[in-house]
Each structure stands twice: as C-alpha cells, then as structure tokens.
Design a protein around this ligand. Sequence first.
Ligand SMILES: Cc1cc2nc3c(=O)[nH]c(=O)nc-3n(C[C@H](O)[C@H](O)[C@H](O)COP(=O)(O)OP(=O)(O)OC[C@H]3O[C@@H](n4cnc5c(N)ncnc54)[C@H](O)[C@@H]3O)c2cc1C
Length: 757
Amino acid sequence: MEGARQAGLPNCLAFEADASCLDSILHSEKMAFRRVVKGTVLLGGGALTAVFGIAQLADYRKKQVTLGCLAAAEPWRQHIQYELPSREAQLLTLQNTKEFDILIIGGGATGCGCALDAVSRGLKTALVEREDFSSGTSSRSTKLIHGGVRYLQKAIMNLDVEQYRLVKEALQERANLLEIAPHLSSPLPIMLPVYKWWQMPYYWIGIKAYDLVAGSQCLKNSYVLSKSKALELFPMLKKDQLVGAIVYYDGQHNDARMNLAIALTAARYGAATANYTEVLHLLKKTDPESGKVHVCGARCKDVLTEQEFDVKAKCVINATGPSTDSVRRMDNQEVENICQPSAGVHIVMPGYYSPDNMGLLDPATSDGRVIFFLPWEKMTIAGTTDTPTEVTHHPIPREEDINFILTEVRNYLSTDVAVRRGDVQAAWSGIRPLVIDPNSKDTQSIARNHVVHVSESGLVTIAGGKWTTYRSMAEEAVDAAIKAHNFKAGSSRTIGLVLEGGNDWTPTLYIRLAQDYGLEIEVAKHLASAYGDKALEVAKIAKVTGKRWPIVGRRLVSEFPYIEAEVRYAIKEYACTAIDVISRRTRLAFLNVQAAEEALPRIVEIMGKELQWSEQKKMEEMEAAKQFLYYEMGYKARSEQLTDQSEISLSTSDMDRYKKRFHKFDKEKKGFITVVDVQRVLESIGVQMDANTLHEILTEVDVNKNGQVELNEFLQLMSAVQKGYVSSSRLAAIMKTAEENLDQRNPIPVDRSGGGV
Ligand SMILES: Cc1cc2nc3c(=O)[nH]c(=O)nc-3n(C[C@H](O)[C@H](O)[C@H](O)COP(=O)(O)OP(=O)(O)OC[C@H]3O[C@@H](n4cnc5c(N)ncnc54)[C@H](O)[C@@H]3O)c2cc1C
C-alpha cells in the first residue's frame, strides 16, 4: 500500500497552493464569502474530523491486515510461469483436465479478477470468454479508478452508511490498483469548476470528506483555486461567472489493457484461460446421496473453429456482466432478471480540448447527470450518459447521446473554443450491469454496488459493481464459492499481487527503451506505460526502420505511437482478430476511428503472416474490423454527418467558389472527380502522393461509395466543414492548396514555351 501513497504523495506543495489560492480569494472584496468559508472550515472541518477520525483508525487497522496479506502473497511470485501458454495449449488444458475446482464464465474485469483470486489461492482454475478479454463493458468505461465523489455526496446527504462503506471500500481498492499496476494507472487531478459563491463551501466540504474517507490512501490532497488560477490551469474553461474551482484526485487507467493484465497474470499463475470460447449451456449432475442437482461444468464452443467440448468443474462462477441473466437462466429457466442494463456513451475529442493533466467534472448537467471531461492517451474523453437499454454485446453509440455530450461540453467551455461535431474522433457505448439483489425483499432497489448469489444448484453469480472494485468483488465471489463447495483454500492473496508488467516497471523505464533500442521517446513512453516491464520484449521484436532515428519501431499510423511490433506481440497476448488489436491491445479504435481504419491493412498483413491467414480470411478480417469501426466506434455516426446533411447550406458566393475549385480538378466537366484527376492536379503543382493514400482520401468523401466524388458530394463536404460537422478533410485541404498554388503560378512567357512563333 505504501507505494500507492508514494505514487501520489500527499503533497505539501498542493497544500501550500491550497492556502495561497484561498488567500487570493480571501483578499478579494467578497467578505461575505470569507465569513462563510471561515465558518465552514471551523464548523464543517471540525465535524468532519470527528466523524472521519474513526475512519482513519479503521484504516490503520486495515493496513496492518493488508501488509499481512502482502507478505502471504510473496511466496506465490515463485509460481509464476515464465512463458505464457499459447491459446491452443490453454484450450487443450480446458478439454483434458478431468475436473477444475472453479470454472469462470466471462473475461471482463470481474471474471478475470475471479480467475486470479482463485488460482492464487491454489485452486485449479479455468476461465472462458466468448469474445475477447475485455470486449464487453470493461473496455468501454470512463477509465476512472475512483471511490465516486457523487456516491459519497449521496451517503452524506442521505446518512446512508451502506453507501459510505462502498465509497470507502472503493477508495481502498483504488490505492491497491495503483499499487499493483503502476504502469497502467496513475493519479489524475480533476477540477470541479464553481460558478456560484455559495457552492464553494458546499463542494469544499464534500471533496475534503472524500480525502478524509480515503485516509492514508488519499492520492493527493484536494485544494481550492481562485478564478485566475483555475483559468491558468484550464484555459478552455468558461470564464463568465466562474468563482473558482476545487481540484481533487482520483485514479485513471487503460481499462482494456488493465483487464488483459489481470487475465495474463492469472494465466501465468496457472489458470487455463481462453478467449473466443463461449459457454453454450451448463452441465449438471445429480448427487446420488442427497438427490440434489448440481452445476458441474459447461458445454463450450471454440468460436474460431466451431469445435464444441465440455469443461468439468466443481463450481461455476457466472461473471458475465450485462449477460448475467442469460447464464442464470441456463441454470434455471424460471429465475427473474436481476440485471437492468443501462447504456453509457463516451466521445473522444482532440487533446487540445483539455489540459494534458487535468480532468473536469460537471456535477450537475442540464438534466442532473454527471459528466466527466478527461485527458486520456493524449486525447480528451467526454461522457457519459445513462439510458436504459437492451442487453447486447455490440452496443452502438447513438447520435442523440453524442449531441447531448457535445451540448454539455459547450456549456462549460469558453465560447472561444468551437465545439464541433466533426471533432468527435471516436464514440462508444458501454452497458452498465445494474443489479437488483435477488436475496433482497425490495426488488425495486437497484444498487450500483454488486451482488453475489449462490443458486440452489451451486452456480455462483457475481454482478454489478464497478471496475475499481473488481478485486474485492472477485474475492467475495471466490469466498462464496469456497464456502458453498467446501474447498480447502485460504483467504484471498490479491491485495498487493502485482499484475503483468508491473514487477520491474520503473517511471524511467522509457529512457532505457530509448537508449538501448533506439525507439522514439514518444513510442518508448507509450510502450513502458502499456506493457510495463514487458515493453522490453516488444522492443526486442521491433523492426529496424532504416532511418538514422528512430533505429527501430515502425509506426502503424504517423500520429499515434503504436508500432508494428505490437501487432506481433498482441498475438502472444491472445489477440485473435484485427479488432482485438485495434481496440484492446492498442487503443486506436477508441482514440480515432479513421486512424484505426488506416492502420488496418498493415495490421491484417502482419497478423496474416504470423497466423498463416488465407487471402479470404484477410478480407474477412478487414471487413469485420471496418464494420466494428462503423457501428460500434462511432464511424457510422461520423459519416452520417455527411450523408444526413444532404441539404447544402452555402452562400451563393461560397457555392460558386467551391464549384470553381471542383472544376479545376474535373477538367472535362464530367460532374465527378477520380483518383486520376486529383493525381494530375497534384503532379502539375509538383506534389507527389501515392495512389493508395489518394484512394483513402477520396473514400472519406465518397459517400455513395461508387469510386468517384460527385460535385454534390464535394459541396456537401464543404458545407459540413463550414458548419463544423466535419473537422477536417484531407481532400478539402488538398483542393484548397492546389487551387492556391495553381492561381499563384506565373504564366510561362510564350517565347519560353518552345512552341511560340
Ligand atoms: C459507460 C460506463 C462507464 C463506466 N465507468 C467506470 C469508471 O470510470 N470506473 C469504474 O470503476 N467503473 C466504471 N464503469 C463500470 C465498469 O466498467 C463495469 O462495472 C465493469 O467493467 C463490469 O465488468 P464485468 O466483468 O462485470 O462485465 P463485462 O466487462 O461486460 O464482462 C462480461 C464478459 O462476459 C462475457 N460473456 C457473456 N456471456 C458469455 C458466455 N455465454 N460465455 C462466455 N463468456 C460470456 C462477455 O463477452 C463479456 O466479455 C462504467 C460502466 C459503464 C457502462
């Protein structure tokens, strides 16, 4: 635990900033505010200290227990397998093992957490996931490792002890997660802008309470900022009526890679884990003595080969997130649904929408929801919404949700910043598995917390909760399994159990990568944070660029630090499809759908070579990945911006200007332009561009996909660019530059033309 505190040391500088910024507020003429703050500090602070002093004491005791667990976990490190078994080897183990102790269904955060918990207690463990690890909700979160400030607010307002306990537990888990995967997670300051004077003490108490509940595991102390300091740190913030801000700390992570790290760690500890392995139905047997029917395994299908087989296990854990009820019904057709799915949409915008290291929380949007606006992987994530939905493994972000988020973002960003639909680089929807406790009498109460339930036939279901608490949920589920099935196993060992890549990671690892392998600094930083100490293995298989610098590491696309070697390494990490690579090994699909599409041909080529794919298989992979980007990652919504804005609203002069520009390319006045036309104009002004790139550029605009860009499509594009529906278009930029260059060229004097008389 100590390391987590060190990662985000309670910083006396922050405290000083706190005091000095508070000073600047106090020195303003707002004397009324001064009295309120002083009163609040004395009264509120005193009360809080008394109430939460007990929490600190409990904290201390918990820490002693934790340290004990850490020591217990230590010998287990010796059991780690150095080589990850291949997926094929894992499938053979699943099929040939006479009987596992525990079979887990679902390879999200919760399921993988259960696998690691069970295997590290010495139980013979198996896990099957019907698609890829983290392909469900666990890769589609807000990426926060948090206790939940708003849940604490509810706990305080409603004097809800249970809610308070959950926040407290989540804050402890937050510290543990930062400790066990330091490469994949870090503390993130989050600003709460304050627009009304009276809100300042109100929010301040709430946020200070959050620090106090975290106790010794507080990442860094929260602090108050004056208006000018807030704007200095977050210059895009709306200035009007801004009073000041409060900054608090939570954790942030790369959710899909964190999920994978848990799965890989479980596999290294000896769990038989296989992705693309679906449970079709549960196996049952009758106990000859008691006559009771027990779940004793599952009929599984290797989704890639269609081969079916049985996996036998004494206990089955259902950790299938939004699909919880479908697996519960495999056990008993009669059971009531406990899961109420709710969809949350996020959008990704360019990094310049937020400062590099400061998030923003809007605690009360126009319809009362909370919106986060966070820097992530050098981009900005904004979300989320909360809408009842059907269960689907492939949720699609709706245009109305995207627009709702954009409207909210506009509300708190300065009017100088044009928030444009066209700046949405990717969007996704995730399904929250909100659960009703089947043990509870009150079936109306939906809890955001989790439920562990053991059915009559011994099926253990773990559902709900949040990413942050996956470990403690897993511990509880495995405890329930041990109790229900009388396993001989000790208590959980996962507190302090370092995840894949975390053992030898140091904050300066990237320097070694750059020095020893000749990787670009940006690439080295990315590899160190995504793979931890395993980045060295990725660097080892990186190909020489042939350039003076970087020596190795060919990028997949120029503006992102993902390199080709990661595709080869992804296969070792159980990536089976191109979608796995663009969305969960790298995060390209979540950051920029167009860049992901651009990287696809090379990814498919590399995977094809490594996995001996036929030409047919490569085409299928390309198509599946394009469909995924189109529907699930917001490409559809993005391209519909072009098709749907069919009415072209351009002024007459703009219309004439763009028509003229178009005809400079369409010399023969065919009414459309092709790759050849664009190539001809570019060559005439001395610009070289390869045919593939040109084809891609034209495809972006070619709405009806007939291989030509018609005048109408071009005018639609220009209209959409003007309205901000489309942020940028390479074709529009090329045509503008070409036109300017053509106009600037001096006419060649006739006497130098060679053809004069
Ligand atoms: C929009 C949104 C934002 C969120 N943000 C945060 C956040 O910032 N911080 C936080 O702490 N929490 C957050 N959460 C909550 C968190 O993401 C979820 O609680 C968590 O990811 C759920 O994990 P899971 O493993 O239970 O479910 P999932 O990740 O959905 O995993 C379930 C898996 O089961 C598999 N499966 C289903 N049926 C079968 C079958 N028959 N055979 C084999 N496998 C099967 C599925 O393929 C799936 O991969 C957020 C949730 C949402 C929706």
